[in-house]
Design a protein around this ligand. Sequence first.
Ligand code: XUL
Length: 548
Amino acid sequence: MEHNYYLGLDLSTQQLKGIVVDDKLKQIALEKVDFDADFPAYKTVKGVYANGKEVQAPVAMWLEALDLLFTRLGKVVDLGKLHGVSGACQQHGSVYWNTKAASTLGNLTESQSLKDQLSPAFAWDLSPNWQDHSTEQECQQFEAAVGGPDKLAEITGSKAHHRFTGPQILKVKHKMPQVYDATDRVALVSSFLASVLAGQYVDIEVSDACGMNLWDIANRQLHPQLLELFGDKEGISQKIGPINQATAAVSKVSAYFVQKYGVNPDCAVIPFTGDNPGTILSLPLQANDVIVSLGTSTTALVVTNNYVPSPLYHLFAHPVSAGSYMGMLCYCNGSLAREKVRDAVNGDNSGDWTKFNLIAQQAMEQGKVLGSNSDSECKRIGFFFPLAEIIPSVDSCQHRLTWRGDAVTHDDWPADADVLGILESQALSIRYRLTPMLTSADRHPRRVYYVGGASANPTICAALTRVLVPSGGAFRVADMSDACAFGAAAKAAHSAVGGQWEEFIAQRTDSSTFASVTVPDGSRDSADSYSEAVDLFVRSEAQCFKSD
Ligand code: XUL
């Protein structure tokens, strides 16, 4: 049988990636363009220009990258079989189209490059990047407009963040009024790329719109009081355009890609989303399932039907399942903090995890929880933030608390106690903040999937699992580096057949490739050893971070 192919694009900070899958989601091809290496003329460093608090990327470079990616893909796969394309792109970035854009997009000719044709169609040749943190003033205005961070989080799913697109657009209006005035449409990176593929403006997609601090999630509209900040509510609404809440195709692919690269003229363009929402589409997740990414930073993504916003995390509309949400916890501290503990117990910088793992393993086998075996013993809770932390919002610091009943002292412990201590502390923070989003009867996750660098370490995953107590098991997923491009390809393939997303992805995933995580203390592995520890953790945070 002839298979249809689907393309998922990932326009991230440093690369543009494309994955082609068939209708069973089997990978057919993967090609990448690396911005710094493939386009040295732009002189970007890790894909961006960083200048103090401002971090931006040249839009023309992305257009060159798109032509190069299609050239590379065309050499390895028959693009005539493509029936759909979607994308998952870096979140929050904005692209400023001018009034020439709509007609230029609609009249692209294959005899010229995208860059040559579209460069005159931008009001600004740069795109503010998610690493930009130059919008303090605008963030304050956003929160003040609705009555504070809690209220803004309640409305938009997040308190104000420097990188979020609403404050970024407002800064453009303040600092570069000529750019703002010349802007016909503000796109997110996702809707920008979709527009180039479609040869026409493609609306911003609802899940990615939740990264703007402008979208009123419950009432499904751009929030009027926030639009007021721009002085001209009508004007800014038109520049942003409608928000697309559908999963169906928005158009066929532009003739440019058909004539130049042989893409099937019936290839549909399906709304592109953000990279984090794209990531949750790469695994067979159901409500209450969690992805924990153990990289330089720590990220936890949860699928939930509970809209319980908080200034401490982000909530986004689910990119496919209407009425469902994605919760996201973003911590700055992760690997570096664990590596510091590892080096301390090793007494050197060898980077060897053997001793760290052995200590953690023994503590778990002995049934230790917060450094103790019984309720009568003292309990230890530590905070290990070698980098300034977002959750809670504090400068770089370290705390070691010893609780004896209700009395607490700030002691130093032997280095060995930090091993399980740091893993417990990282997991308790996730557990405490995830719980309100979970709808399971026991308020525990169903499944936990570990991804990212430290997911290769079964002991670390076991210690975290012991705290999170998922009812349906925990799994280490080997390679997730292409997850959001794959998720986008899956979204495109799903759009062609429709039906329930959870069923679609579950039927096409071989879960036997995931490594099951085993918690070593057999006697306790089905029990919840940490139910009381959560309360002590919250009290410890209050002790150390009083103002948060
Ligand atoms: C999420 C965020 C980053 C970017 C990375 O809020 O800022 O994860 O999406 O591409």
